[in-house]
Design a protein around this ligand. Structure first.
Ligand code: RP5
Length: 163
């Protein structure tokens, strides 16, 4: 197994149904990833260890998802020099607004690239783009993917024009 370039972490296994879309996007592009539960509130020491050591293990991008009082992405951004992409997970109440605001409102100097509520697929695709900046073959695959999006949108437009 190749060493993971992207680490997907989440506050609870209950986040996986949202977060697996990030894993699916990475798999589509052949990017090696790992996925695990690292809870900021329930296992803070593990979170600190993970955040401090991820770059030493060869990980290049961290995708962190959490719901409610979603401190995991921000705390990891404080611990690691790697880019952190935050995924706000929607829980039963507040429609994910609490998660979004917890993740997006970072102080200057400690960035988290926050995707839309529940949009873990975009987190996976953003991680691919970050890696593609230094990987020409991945860049080519991203260009092909964008072309497929364009073609699909054109095809839908054709259906509207023909109607
Ligand atoms: C957060 O609490 C997790 O990220 C999860 O979204 C939420 C609920 O966790 P569980 O009670 O389902 O384990 O820390």
């Amino acid at each position: 197994m190749p060493e993971p370039l992207v680490s997907i972490v989440m506050g609870s296994d209950s986040d996986w149904s949202t977060m697996e879309a990030a894993a699916d996007a990475l798999a589509e592009f052949g990017v090696a990833y790992e996925a695990d539960v690292v809870s900021a509130h329930r296992m803070p020491e593990d979170m600190v260890r993970f955040g401090r050591e991820a770059h030493e293990r060869g990980v290049k991008v961290i995708i962190a998802g959490a719901g409610g009082a979603a401190h995991l992405p921000g705390m990891l951004a404080a611990l690691t020099p790697l880019p952190v992409i935050g995924v706000p997970v929607a829980l039963k109440y507040l429609d994910g607004m609490d998660s979004l605001l917890s993740i997006v409102q970072m102080p200057a100097g400690v960035p988290v690239a926050t995707v839309a509520i529940g949009n873990a697929r975009n987190a996976g695709l953003l991680a691919v783009r970050i890696l593609a900046a230094a990987d020409d073959s991945l860049l080519e695959r991203m260009l092909d993917f964008q072309e497929s999006l364009r073609d699909a949108a054109h095809a839908k437009g054709q259906i509207v024009r023909d109607a």
